[in-house]
Design a protein around this ligand. Structure first.
Ligand code: LMR
Length: 394
């Protein structure tokens, strides 16, 4: 049966953590996989998550199945977090999924079911798992210009020029905020221009919102997406609780569908549930139950928002210290963009040889392509990182 099956190519992100774990150097830095760490280098369980988990332990009376769409109270609470009072909410439906990757896959499956000619356009660069998920669902993938290697910001005119050529068989995958891997986000003006193009050309916007709250704030990070959501007839969203609730291993995500009518959205939802049934049947409940408890309790929700604010401010602080330390080490401002980037990651523009030297000579692990997980860096690590980086780029 398996004679001709060759081993899989290693995942570029997940395999890096394993390589770093095996590294015995005391000053090694794992800046690969996207997990938030505190100043002690720990990815903490949030206090509000612990409180909700304790309530769940005390109150839960059954482990019976929930349903193909997961917990509808979780789905509603998450839609409110994502969409606020957006008018498109009246046509929105959602399915709880195993993480946002599960949502991306279920939404990709339903696109492939609806239109075998559909092509998914993603930013160049994009999250390492976007193309594999879309391709495994049978969809064709293409790229629009996005990251400008010179400025380390978004080349919005080039992006908009490409989007202006798309049509009704096209899907445009956008990062809601905190672009992975680059850290370079769309401006509000770009969201407005994309909205106009979606209406003019008829392509379907598909938003991946994995880091809400890690950029400028919970509401601020959704502003561009909400502008678009108010104005287009249809869109999809994959949303994650991995980062902002710190629920990584609990695999807690949401797939949102908005079509031109609620009846159409419901019909698409029934197809997503059909896909879920033949894939994993039902999403795991534990993480979603925690999120529901937090979001339905105003005091707990406010305490959670404060925890997200603290994480965001720590990341912003590390960004400033790192840009400053590199400026001092190199004597130039070539890495000042780190301070302008949003969320957990930045692409540094380092080449393959420099990335390899950082790993081999200094025990500093970045994802191929030069993505650095700034959120995994402590203030105490900044001088060593800046010094090492200055040595490899000089
Ligand atoms: C990342 O980009 O590092 C995270 O989203 C983890 C993952 O699943 O790849």
């Amino acid at each position: 049966m398996f004679e001709r099956l060759t081993p899989a190519v290693k995942d570029p992100i997940l395999s890096l953590s394993i390589a770093c774990q095996l590294d015995t150097r005391a000053n090694k830095l794992d800046l690969g996989v996207g997990v938030y760490r505190n100043e002690q280098g720990v990815t903490p369980v949030l206090e509000t998550v612990k409180t909700a988990e304790q309530r769940l332990l005390d109150m839960q009376e059954t482990k019976a199945y929930v349903g193909l769409a997961g917990c509808e109270r979780f789905n509603r609470a998450m839609m409110t977090l994502l969409m606020g009072d957006n008018s498109s909410r009246s046509r929105a439906v959602a399915v709880q999924t195993p993480g946002a990757s599960g949502a991306l896959r279920m939404l990709a499956d339903v696109i492939a079911m609806a239109n075998p000619l559909a092509k998914v356009w993603m930013s160049d660069l994009s999250y390492a798992n976007h193309a594999p998920i879309m391709k495994t669902a049978g969809l064709e993938v293409a790229y629009f210009p996005y990251f400008d290697p010179e400025t380390k910001l978004v080349n919005e005119p080039a992006m908009l020029d490409t989007l202006a050529t798309l049509g009704k068989n096209d899907v445009v995958l956008l990062h809601g905020c905190c672009h992975n891997p680059t850290g370079a986000d769309l401006s509000y003006n770009a969201w407005q221009a994309i909205t106009d193009l979606a209406n003019q050309q008829g392509f379907l916007p598909f938003i991946d919102m994995a880091y809400q709250g890690f950029g400028d704030g919970m509401e601020e990070d959704a502003a561009g997406f909400r502008y678009l959501a108010e104005r287009v007839p249809a869109y999809l969203v994959a949303s994650s609780c991995s980062k902002n609730f710190g629920l990584y291993r609990e695999r807690t995500g949401l797939a949102v569908v908005v079509a031109d009518t609620l009846a159409k959205s419901e019909s698409i939802k029934s197809r997503i549930m059909e896909c879920a049934r033949s894939t994993y049947t039902m999403p795991p409940d534990h993480g979603a139950a925690i999120v529901r408890i937090i979001l339905e309790d105003e005091a707990l929700k406010n305490a959670w928002l404060a925890e997200v604010t603290a994480m965001r401010q720590r990341i912003q602080g590390v960004r400033s210290s790192l840009a400053d330390a590199i400026r001092q080490q190199t004597g130039n401002q070539a890495f000042d963009f780190i301070e302008q980037h949003k969320g957990m990651f930045s692409v540094l523009g380092t080449n393959a040889e420099q990335i390899s030297r950082l790993k081999e000579e200094f025990g500093i692990y970045l994802v191929d392509g030069g993505r650095m997980n700034i959120a995994g860096l402590g203030e105490k690590d900044v001088p060593y990182l800046a010094e090492s980086l200055a040595k490899v780029v000089s």
